[in-house]
Design a protein around this ligand. Structure first.
Ligand code: ARG
Length: 569
């Protein structure tokens, strides 16, 4: 039963009767008051005031008397609002049934069927550290992919590798001079970064190194076999290393086509820009003037003919449109690149492609360290893998102390440690800057991943206990779930599907994170104030059934934000 629809139908009938009016979209106009004293649903009459030429309270008052149905305990006027109170027993039955009938996919949908969304996220740079600065793009992107899949969309996840540019000339020179193959194999990222840093130090003393690097990059562009072999190896060892982190997170990509992939796909784009008279010469470089749109020009070709980051992004967008025929192409990238995306989105629009409006930059805040900015050059970097490893170790230490004979402890410690960090990253609104703190990322108390995971595990163990005690899960008797604590859990469960949709619309996984945290809190409150398994078998059966519903929704919610839900911990 869809309460919104039912209430909308009642409202419609009342409007007809009292005012001879019909109104579309009543269901969407219903609000869910945060305070249950104001009803389960509320209808604001302010919009009607204009058409009906009556004050909102008068409208609400006139309609209130007509709003009667078996599922409503009452409907009453309160100021300009109509508040609807759903009959509690009926509410409990309907909500729990909806969750359990969904078979672990409560809130899933098909509204995305037939639509394709590309997600460009994580997008690491080869031979550069995979550090906590990449945490947000990686976990936000992954969660959005899952949320969209859950709503029936076809998703394409793309790791747009930063695998092209003059830095590879420097790396080749550095490797030829100071590189140690075995050492790099053992510890790719750190060793490659170390020789890269050394290159910059040495080049300050000996500028001829820069010329050498330029020549090396040129040989790479010309496809020189030796240079290519080195370059491919850099790429391979880097991907192997980041792959470990993706494995921990359960992330896979449909494509690793990065900047290098577009090298031979830019010429037609440049040509088209030229044909459409969008290119201008400026200080030797080819640019698209964006002055009329209040932006600095978009650089397409440097004076030496080299292409730029934006050129590659434009070529990539064309390739993706052709290959995936996307309905939307999303770029989960830090807000520092906002101008970059605005500029080249505009260029695509000026080229006359209406799908330019389907390109969207999903910006997020910056991660900084407690004691200042990160700097690769100065070695002030926190590697993502280290963060996860530390979290896993901490989880394991706690478990060794609290539940020493937990089976598969290592797996569970991995799920909990990784979950803690992911949750930390997805708890706040994405645009907020995050100051990385070991303490907070590894905190297992309060509003954290382990807390939600623990609540899920608590549900699982309770359900096992119930089974052993022969308590079946059933609707129980009327009144079994009408107490305030149970009703609060039910309210939150019933709002889960729309929360997922809102999270999708706003590209905001934190809405799911916060919602499941609230469910966990509400359930724990319920758990402490009511004995789930007691003498009253019929009531126990209903509480067990509610527990089942909570377990399902917590598991789903955790999955949507990319966190595992172990059954024991
Ligand atoms: N590799 C880039 C960086 O680390 C991010 C790439 C984002 N994606 C894109 N299509 N530009 O800054």
């Amino acid at each position: 039963m869809d309460f919104r629809k039912e209430i909308a139908a009642l409202l419609d009938a009342a409007l007809q009767k009292e005012f001879g009016q019909s109104l579309d979209g009543l269901a969407q106009m219903l609000e869910q008051p945060p305070n249950p004293d104001l009803g389960d649903y509320a209808f604001p009459c302010f919009k009607l005031a204009k058409t009906l030429r009556k004050a909102p309270p008068a409208i609400a008052g006139a309609l209130a008397g007509d709003l009667k149905a078996p599922f409503l305990s009452r409907a009453e006027q309160n100021g300009g609002y109509l508040n609807f109170y759903i009959e509690k027993d009926f509410y409990a039955k309907t909500v729990v049934e909806a969750v359990l009938n969904a078979g672990g996919r409560y809130g899933a949908g098909q509204e995305g069927a037939g639509k394709t969304v590309c997600f460009d996220y994580s997008s690491i740079n080869i031979a550069k550290p995979f550090h906590i600065g990449h945490l947000l793009t990686t976990v936000i992107g992954n969660s959005l992919v899952r949320i969209y899949q859950y709503l029936g969309y076809h998703t394409v996840s793309i790791n747009h590798l930063g695998d092209w540019g003059t830095q590879f000339g420097k790396l080749i020179v550095a490797y030829r001079r100071w590189g140690d193959r075995a050492q790099i194999e053992r510890n790719p990222m750190r060793e490659l970064v170390a020789i890269y840093v050394r290159f910059h130090e040495e080049a300050e003393k000996d500028p001829s190194l820069d010329d050498e690097a330029r020549a090396a990059f040129k040989s790479l562009e010309d496809g020189d076999a030796q240079a290519m072999a080195l370059y491919n190896w850099f790429k391979e060892v880097t991907l192997r290393e980041v792959g470990r982190v993706y494995d921990m997170l359960g992330i896979t990509f449909d494509s690793y086509n990065g900047e290098a992939f577009y090298c031979d796909k830019m010429e037609p784009v440049v040509q088209e820009l030229r044909d459409k008279h969008l290119l201008q010469l400026s200080e030797g470089a080819q640019i698209v003037d964006l002055e009329p749109y209040g932006m600095p020009p978009c650089l397409i070709l440097r004076s030496d003919g080299a292409t730029l980051y934006a050129t590659r992004d434009i070529a990539a967008a064309f390739y993706r449109k052709k290959t995936y025929d996307f309905d939307k192409c999303l770029y989960v990238v830090a807000y520092q690149q906002t101008l970059h995306f605005k500029q080249w989105f505009k260029v695509v629009e000026l080229m006359g492609y209406p799908w330019a409006k389907d390109l969207e930059h999903i910006a997020f805040g910056m991660v900084s360290l407690e004691d200042g900015a990160m700097s690769t050059r100065k070695g002030r970097v926190i590697y993502l893998e280290d963060v996860f490893k530390a979290a896993i170790e901490k989880a394991q230490a706690i478990m060794q102390e609290k539940s020493p004979d937990l089976p598969c402890m290592e797996d569970v410690a991995k799920d909990v440690g990784v979950g803690a960090v992911v949750f930390f990253a997805l708890y706040n609104n994405r645009i907020k800057d995050v100051v990385f703190s070991w303490d907070r990322a590894l905190n297992f108390d309060g509003e954290t991943g382990p807390y939600v995971q623990y609540t899920h595990a608590r549900c699982c163990s309770l359900l096992k206990k119930a089974q052993e005690a022969g308590v079946e899960s059933s609707e129980g008797h009327a009144g079994a779930l009408t107490d305030d604590e149970a009703q609060e859990v039910l309210r939150l469960l019933s709002r889960f599907p729309e929360t997922v949709r809102e999270a999708a619309d706003r590209y905001e996984p934190s809405m799911v994170t916060r919602h499941i945290t609230r469910i966990a809190q509400a359930y724990n409150k319920y758990y402490y104030e009511h004995r789930i398994l007691d003498e009253d078998k019929a009531a126990s059966a209903a509480r067990v059934r509610l527990t089942e519903a909570v377990r399902d929704v917590l598991r789903t919610g955790l999955w949507l934000i990319g966190i595992e839900a172990p059954e024991r911990m």
